[in-house]
Each structure stands twice: as C-alpha cells, then as structure tokens.
Design a protein around this ligand. Structure first.
Ligand code: FAD
Ligand code: NAP
Length: 552
C-alpha cells in the first residue's frame, strides 16, 4: 500500500526520514505501529520511557489497577490475542496490564520501530516540502510525512507548586513517576496528598505497611467498591466464545464497554424504595460502570443524580466509624460522576484503622513542605515520606509540552490558549498530517480508552488509504469544520452535569488553565456515527491536497 504516501518520503534505509512518526508507546502507540505497518509505512515511534506501556509503565504505585473490566480494557484488533491472553481478575493490576502490553509488543514484533528513552521536544511543519521535522532531546531530527500523537491524556504528572519541597529530608514520590524497584514503606510515617482515583487506590496498600498514614484531602470524592475477584473459568470461556459479538455490543454503549445494560428509565420514575434496592444490588456487584448507568439521566438531571449521590454518602457514613471522619469524607458540592468516579478496594474502610488519619486540606491548606514534613495553615506534621497523588496536566499537557509549529509559524499551544480545539478530536486546522489519538474533542477518557484508541487508529488508517488512493500528500481539517465540532462538543457537555464539577476534565486542577470540558461526552455510538457521516460525505471538513501551494 500506499505508494503515493511514500512518493516523496522514500524512507527505506534512511533513519532520518520515515513516513510516520508516532509519539508514545502506550496502548495507542503500540496499536498505531501495528496498523501503520499494515499500510506499508515506514515508522519511528519515539517513547520517553525505557519500555512500552505508557500509563502502565509509569503508574507503578501500590494498588494501581484498571477500573474498566480487563475483558473490555484490552485490544480487540486481534482475535487470536484476545483468545490467548488470560486475565487473572476482573480488574487487572498494573503489573499484569504492563505484562500484557509487553506481550503485545513481542507478539507483533513492535519494538524494532521504537526508540526508547527519547523525548520529542519540537515538531515543525515544513510547508515547502509538506513534511514534519521532529526534534528530540537526543538531538535527532526526523522528517516524517505524518505524525500520530499517541502521547496520552494522563501522561504529564503534576506536583503542586508547594514551597520548600527541595528542603524535605525524607523521600517524596508522585503516583505516575513511581520507582521501578518499588518503595518499602514498612514502619514509615507517610503523607498521602490527593484523594482522586490514584490516592483512593493507594491508601489501603500504604496503610497496610506504614506505621502511620496521614491523608491530606482537599475535596472529598465519591468512590464505589471494585469487588475485584478472579474471573471464574466459566465466565471467561463464555466471554471468549462470544468475544467478537461482545466487542460489537460494546460499540453500542456510550462507554464502549460490553455487558452493561443500556438504561431506559429515569431515576425518578422508579419508586424510592425499589431504587435503593437497585442501587444496593449494583453496589454489591461493584465497579463504576453499572451504577453510573443505572438510569438514563444520572448525569443530566440534578435530582436524579442526588438519588445516587445520597445513596453513596449513606454508604460512607455506614462504613466509617468515627462520625467526624465520616463527615469529612462525605462528598458535597459536585454531582456524583461529574468528577471521575473512583473505584476502590477498602478505601473508606482504611479510615477505621488506628494508623490512618484524615486532614482537611480545604479548611487548612498545605502551606509548605518543611525539612521534616508538611506545614498547613493549622499545624505541622512530620513524615519520612510524602506521596503525591495529585494528578496530571490532563488532555493537553503532553501536546503543549512539545513545541508544535504548524502552518504560518503558528504554535499549537497558542492556538489552544483558550482550550483545545479539534475537528472530531482527530486533527487541528493549520496542522496538516498531524493526527491526535483519542484526545480532546473525542470520547477518549469518557469511555473505555482502548476502544477509543482502536477507533481512532482505524479511522486514521482508512483516511491515509483514502488520501493515497486520491494521490493526496496532505490532509488537513478545515477551520469551519473545527469550529462547528467544538461548538457541538460544548453543547453536548452543557446538556450534562459535568461542567458543575471542578474536575481535570474541565482543566480545573491546573491553576490558570482554561475552563472548558475537553472530552466529547456524546458517547461512542454518536461519535462513530459522526465520523462515519464525515467519511460518507467524502471526508467533509477535511482538505486533501496533492501539493502544498509552495511545494514542488
Ligand atoms: P499513555 O499510556 O499515557 O502513553 C503515552 C506515552 O507517550 C507515554 O509512555 C509517554 O511517556 C509518551 N510520551 C508523551 N509525550 C512524549 C514525548 N514528548 N516524547 C516521547 N514520548 C512521549 N483508562 C481506561 O479506559 N480504563 C482504566 O481503567 C484506566 N485506568 C487508568 C489508571 C491510571 C493510573 C491512569 C493514570 C490512567 C488510566 N486510564 C484508564 C487512562 C489511560 O491513560 C488510558 O486507558 C491508556 O492507557 C492511555 O494510553 P495512551 O497510549 O493513549 O497514552
Ligand atoms: P486526580 O483525580 O486529578 O486527583 C488529584 C488529587 O490531588 C485530588 O484529590 C486533588 O484535590 C488533589 N490535589 C491536587 N492539588 C492539591 C493541593 N495543592 N493540595 C491538596 N490536594 C491537592 O488525579 P489521579 O487520582 O491521579 O487520577 C487522574 C485520573 O487518572 C483519574 O481521574 C482516572 O481517569 C485515571 N486513573 C484511573 C485509575 C483507575 O481506577 N483505573 C486510577 C488512577 C488514575 P481536588 O479534587 O481538590 O483538586
């Protein structure tokens, strides 16, 4: 395949010139290598880490595991792969997912196209030659016709700007920069800052080892139990027998997950007693997907949302024995699910331990890190170790860290100064031949990410095939089409309760970051339909050019 794509790249044997550069070797980058190779493209995948896995390479903190069931949170592109891989439990842990991604890299011989321990620092579109010049921190300059940005939505860890961190005599860690060799917290006094999904997963593991854990909570979060357990052999056999069919069924779900009933009823339409019984059943089953889709209006209607929110608040009060701690752990001020719903294994139970203490970092914010610990506006605490579970510069962070210069010398970061804008989440006007995999403006983090990634890479592969068959060298989103899509993304978000929470989906966790709801919340089926319609209309909203105006 596409000789036309290769016509002016002629990459064979020239390490500095390839058809496509892929940035990142996580779920997205690995599948991108496999799929782009099938098109016959020459490739270089550049990965900052020294191994594959992305999220699962970096987030090695104790307790890290997926919250989408592993039978869904895995590739569907190869039936052989999904048949042969055996997940040990419903929600696999980090080491198992990392082993899976290493297996994928070996099985499909992907490593030979990956340059590890290298960071892409800049990308510049050369308008005269219609190529991207990709620069790295190792001094490489690679010419590529296409760039696939598989650089991740949650790949830029964020440590708040606390004064004094350099003075701290103990050790400090961020959940997403965890040492490979692990950390022995036995007998240590540990501070845990942050109570999002990472902090919630980590606390029970830390508490089991440390002499004492102090949890600094700024915002109480909703969390539901995972009820993680081994997958019974029968279930696995049945699932695998129906895998292709179940994957298709997943595409009919807003979340891209299979086996979740599609809700047809509003929460208020069920009598209160029956509704509570229903929530009890779903709480007992565990996981977030079923309970958040118990009714069709939980994330659209405040009254409906409150039925579930108050159910979970009551659960917290029933688990946590000390009433003051329970009160502090009870989330208020945001709808349940509007921040990512945490999925835990004994998070609230951990506060019943003698060696766990909760500190209200909203009432008494952290002021500084001292030589020996942490000082808030109310008290000083001594620690041997501080763990930051303080999240990421999500969705735009990885792209904005690279100096990306498109047509007319325009920087992507400047274009995105008021928030990310894309056409279908796939391309940005003014940045030809640069595809973003499962980022802002697409279902991405509001769905099973592996599904979102596979959909995008398939779409890109088809688009490149189309371009080749039309002799086109550049593909570019039109500004009007981008504006229309951004407006649609915002309208859909504004019809939900999501904008009511200060979440990382909204950029609210980073001081000064524009407040816009970044993912597309219309769901996987609506998104597939939108993409299919664009293709059916001969890629409406995209320009395919044979030569750039100034090209030769
Ligand atoms: P990543 O896995 O983030 O990979 C991006 C890679 O790009 C990284 O390895 C990074 O080093 C590299 N990179 C970035 N910038 C550069 C650069 N400039 N130069 C070179 N390399 C670069 N999603 C779900 O759907 N279900 C879950 O259960 C789930 N659990 C999660 C648990 C944790 C702890 C976290 C943090 C996220 C979770 N997610 C989950 C989201 C998760 O990020 C995605 O599911 C998925 O792993 C993303 O894959 P990716 O390849 O798009 O990005
Ligand atoms: P996060 O959800 O952004 O949580 C960060 C936490 O740090 C919040 O509790 C935040 O408080 C707190 N924080 C930030 N700055 C602070 C400060 N200055 N003082 C005190 N507290 C501060 O990050 P995360 O937990 O790493 O999760 C990010 C996303 O990764 C998740 O939403 C999810 O998509 C994914 N993830 C998934 C899983 C899983 O279960 N599979 C596990 C981990 C991560 P505020 O809320 O007040 O800002």
């Amino acid at each position: 395949m596409p000789r036309d794509i290769q016509a002016r790249t002629d990459a064979a044997g020239d390490a500095g010139r390839v058809d496509a550069v892929i940035v990142g070797a996580g779920f997205a980058g690995l599948f991108a290598i496999h799929r782009m190779r099938q098109l016959g493209l020459t490739l270089r995948c550049i990965e900052a880490g020294d191994g594959v896995g992305g999220t699962w390479f970096w987030n090695r903190y104790p307790g890290a595991r997926c919250d989408v069931e592993s039978l869904d949170y895995s590739y569907s592109f190869s039936n052989e792969l999904q048949q042969e891989w055996k997940w040990s439990s419903r929600f696999a842990d980090q080491s198992e997912i990392l082993a899976y991604l290493n297996h994928v890299a070996d099985r499909f011989d992907l490593r030979r196209d990956i340059q590890f321990e290298t960071r892409v620092t800049a990308m510049r579109f050369d308008e005269k030659r219609d190529v991207w010049i990709v620069s790295t921190d190792k001094g490489d300059e690679i010419e590529a016709r296409f760039c696939l940005m598989a650089s991740g939505n949650l790949s830029v860890p964020r440590v708040p700007d606390f004064a004094g961190i350099e003075r701290f005599k103990g050790k400090w860690y961020h959940s997403a920069q965890w040492p490979k060799e692990g950390v022995d917290f036995t007998g240590k006094r540990v501070a845990l800052i942050g109570t999002g999904s990472s902090g919630v997963q980590m606390l029970p593991k830390l508490a089991a080892l440390a002499s004492h854990v102090t949890v600094f909570q700024r915002t109480a979060n909703f969390s539901v139990p995972a009820r993680n357990a081994p997958i019974p052999d029968d279930d696995e056999r049945n699932h695998k027998a129906r895998y292709p069919e179940l994957r298709k069924a997943g595409l009919k779900q807003s979340s891209g997950m299979s086996r979740i009933p599609i809700p047809t009823m509003a929460a208020q339409d069920m009598p209160a007693e029956e509704r509570t019984k229903f929530y009890e059943e779903l709480w007992a089953k565990g996981g977030s997907a079923r309970i958040m889709t118990a009714f069709n209006n939980l994330l659209r209607n405040e009254e409906a949302n409150e039925t579930l929110a108050s159910f979970v608040r009551n659960k917290i009060r029933s688990i946590v024995k000390d009433p003051e701690t329970a009160e502090l752990l009870t989330p208020r001020g945001h709808p349940i699910g509007a921040k990512r719903l945490c999925v835990d294994m004994d998070y609230f139970e951990s506060f019943n331990r003698d060696n766990v203490k909760l500190v209200d970092a909203r009432r008494a914010p952290i002021q500084e890190i001292t030589e020996t610990g942490i000082r808030t506006t109310e008290a000083e605490y001594e620690f041997d170790a501080i763990v930051f579970a303080t999240g990421f510069d999500a969705m735009t962070g990885a792209l904005n860290e690279i100096t990306i210069t498109g047509r007319d010398g325009r920087r992507l970061k400047d274009k995105w100064v008021n928030g990310p804008t894309t056409y279908l989440g796939l391309m940005v006007a003014g940045f030809p031949n640069m595809f973003i995999v499962a980022g802002a403006g697409s279902p991405s983090v509001k769905s099973n990410m592996v599904t979102a990634i596979e959909l995008h890479i398939e779409w890109i592969a088809n688009c490149l095939t189309y371009a080749a068959s039309h002799g086109a060298l550049t593909i570019e989103a039109q500004q009007d089409a981008e504006d229309e899509w951004v407006q649609h993304v915002n309208e859909v978000a504004n019809g939900t309760l999501f904008p009511k929470a200060d979440s990382w989906y909204m950029g609210a966790n980073i001081p000064g970051k524009p407040r816009v709801f970044m993912p597309y919340i219309g769901g996987i089926p609506a998104y597939i339909k939108a993409c299919e319609q664009v293709v059916a209309d001969n890629y409406r909203g995209f320009d395919f050019r044979k030569l750039s105006a100034s090209g030769s």
